[in-house]
Design a protein around this ligand. Structure first.
Ligand code: GLC
Length: 570
């Protein structure tokens, strides 16, 4: 345990600032609100916070379009508020990492304004400007959010490149001045005392310098139509290959690892800082020391159903891959964030959602590696389907709605239904604090930036669950505490038992002085396990169903339907 770094031991909690807590009562989350909730976070038992962007932004991509990297968005407060929040975290032993968005800025960033202004401006080459071809854009590349990746600018009669929205022009990372400016941004926050960064969208930082056309014969719209018509997972997988082909010159281009080795050196100018990549490619860990500390295990959540077999297959591949990076390469697991459906909705089955949420949370806290939790997960917040396109704030959803209705002739009702299931708004609604108007997020009568999920009246809120020892929140707190007190759950290795069970996931976590047994029964049948190879008896450390003081013979460990069982071998 002692040899582990803080970020290997920590449980991270993502705060989405617009939706966490509204301190000034204007319907939007802010630092004042976050500061008021610091004791809540301490009490919950998390160790570190990943804060989604808090920088000034015109909010075309909910803050991921940054207009000034070294300031605080006035909607969220002032720099003093930020510092107060950071200090408040540190005083409570909670670390704080920020979102570092390198690929692009906002089109309203001063750098882009200058770059746009003329061909000869010294910042012209900070972005990617090209001449058009045959009266159209420079090539056939697309933006991942829809439409051409090129936006024509009348001012200088050229096109600029944007992988995301046109309001998010890509920086030209082949320009050393850009590298210097952005590395200085990192230094600015590190000097102030933040503990590291979550690196946003890193695969798209470089594009092929010759900008060759992709070779896919149909358009993005046609591909979208085929996706909508696809009936099976296989069909979708097949279509996914076209998608990859379409974007192949816009992803993972040479130069990226050298860049991150440089950024690592910037972090290493300061003691004890970390970086986690929003990507699943463990190549971003370099040799295990010279790039990212963590790369998120996104493959685990790319399924509609978390099953024991799926988890085992994922872990075996992931852990083997990490071992090749370096013997110390550390895993990082998550099942939800501001871009993905809420895990309660996504991985529920409609009949046992509460049980499955507990199993999946226990999975996060017992697998080997650093867990990332998403705010609201701890009270079982669910996706909210928006019933009116005017309420959408995720412009990707609005774009899709327009395409479906205008280009693919889908009836508006059906389009709304399709898009409300896919938009990221559904999983970004305000945190539900109490059974009070607006769920206690904002005062009564205030229009919150996204609607509040009405299920706060049915117990999906912090205050009610705090009082209830059987609530999901209490379960979270209990497991977070147990993890902290159980070295094997943090540092132990991972060994699967009953490797062909379809019912339950069973594994050992072994550290030099402690071996734990974890059994997650994902089925409605009782499960029994022979764990005698690991010891004679098992003392229960935690059970979601049974009493917590059991000692059983390890050759016959009995686990009830949907039970979370954590024991220590004696
Ligand atoms: C990342 C963010 C996402 C954002 C995108 C573009 O994927 O998580 O919210 O839209 O980058 O910045």
């Amino acid at each position: 345990m002692e040899h582990l770094k803080w970020w290997q031991k920590a449980v991270f909690y993502q705060i989405y600032p617009r939706s966490f807590a509204d301190g000034n009562g204007d319907g939007i989350g802010d630092f004042k609100g976050m500061i008021e909730k610091l004791d809540y976070l301490k009490d919950l038992g998390i160790d570190a916070i990943w804060l989604s962007p808090h920088y000034p932004s015109p909010q075309f991509d909910c803050g991921y379009d940054i207009a000034d990297y070294t300031a605080v968005d006035p909607q969220y407060g002032t720099m003093e508020d930020f510092e107060q929040f950071m200090d408040g975290c540190h005083q409570r032993g909670i670390r704080l990492i920020l979102d570092l968005v390198l690929n692009h800025t906002s089109h309203l960033h001063q750098w882009f304004k200058e770059s746009r202004s003329s061909h000869s401006h010294p910042k012209r080459d900070w972005y990617i400007w090209k001449d058009g071809k045959n009266g159209g854009p420079p090539n056939n590349w697309y933006s991942s959010f829809g439409g051409s990746a090129w936006e024509y600018d009348t001012l200088t009669d050229q096109y600029y490149y944007h992988f995301f929205f046109k309001e998010q022009p890509d920086l030209n990372w082949r320009n050393p001045a850009v590298i210097k400016a952005m590395f200085d941004v990192a230094r600015f926050w590190l000097k102030m005392g933040v503990d590291g960064f979550r690196l946003d969208a890193l695969g798209t930082i470089f594009e092929h310098p010759d900008i060759p056309d992709h070779a896919v014969k149909f358009s993005q719209l046609e591909l979208g139509r085929k996706f909508l018509q696809a009936k099976t997972e296989e069909e979708r997988e097949e279509l996914g290959k076209y998608w990859e082909e379409m974007f192949k010159y816009q992803f993972n281009q040479p130069g990226i690892h050298a860049l991150f080795k440089g950024l690592r050196q910037v972090l290493d100018e300061f003691p004890d800082r970390m970086m986690v990549a929003e990507d699943d490619d463990i190549a971003y860990m370099g040799n295990g020391q010279d790039e990212m500390d963590l790369v998120v295990n996104f493959p685990l959540m790319r399924t509609d159903q978390i099953t024991p077999a799926w988890i085992r297959q994922n872990q075996s591949k992931r852990l083997a891959g990490l071992a090749k990076v370096s013997p110390n390469a550390w895993p990082c697991n998550t099942l939800g964030n501001h871009d993905s459906p809420r895990l309660y909705s996504r991985f529920g089955d409609g009949a046992h959602d509460a049980e499955l949420a507990r199993l999946n949370l226990a999975l996060m806290l017992t697998l080997k590696g650093t867990p990332f939790l998403y705010n609201g997960e701890e009270i079982g917040m669910t996706d909210l389907m928006l019933d009116n396109i005017q309420k959408f704030r995720d412009m990707a959803g609005v774009w899709e709605y327009t395409m479906l209705t205008k280009e693919l002739d889908m009836p508006t009702e059906q389009a709304l239904q399709t898009v409300s299931q896919r938009t990221r708004d559904k999983n970004r609604t305000p945190m539900q604090w109490r059974n009070a108007p607006n769920a206690g997020f904002s005062p009564a009568g205030i229009d919150t930036w996204l609607p509040v999920n009405p299920n706060y009246t049915q117990g999906v809120n912090v205050a009610d669950q705090k009082k209830d020892a059987a609530s999901l929140l209490s379960f979270y707190k209990h497991l977070l505490k147990l993890r902290k007190e159980t070295p094997a759950l943090i540092g132990g290795d991972f060994q699967v038992l009953a490797g062909d069970s379809q019912q339950a996931l069973a594994f050992l976590r072994r550290s030099p002085h402690q071996t734990c047994l974890v059994v997650l029964n994902y089925s409605d049948q009782a499960f029994s396990l022979d764990a005698s190879t690991a010891g004679n008896k098992v003392k229960t450390l935690f059970s979601s169903i049974d009493d917590n003081s059991r000692i059983s013979l390890s050759k016959d460990v009995k686990v009830k339907p949907y039970e979370v069982f954590i024991g220590q071998l004696l």
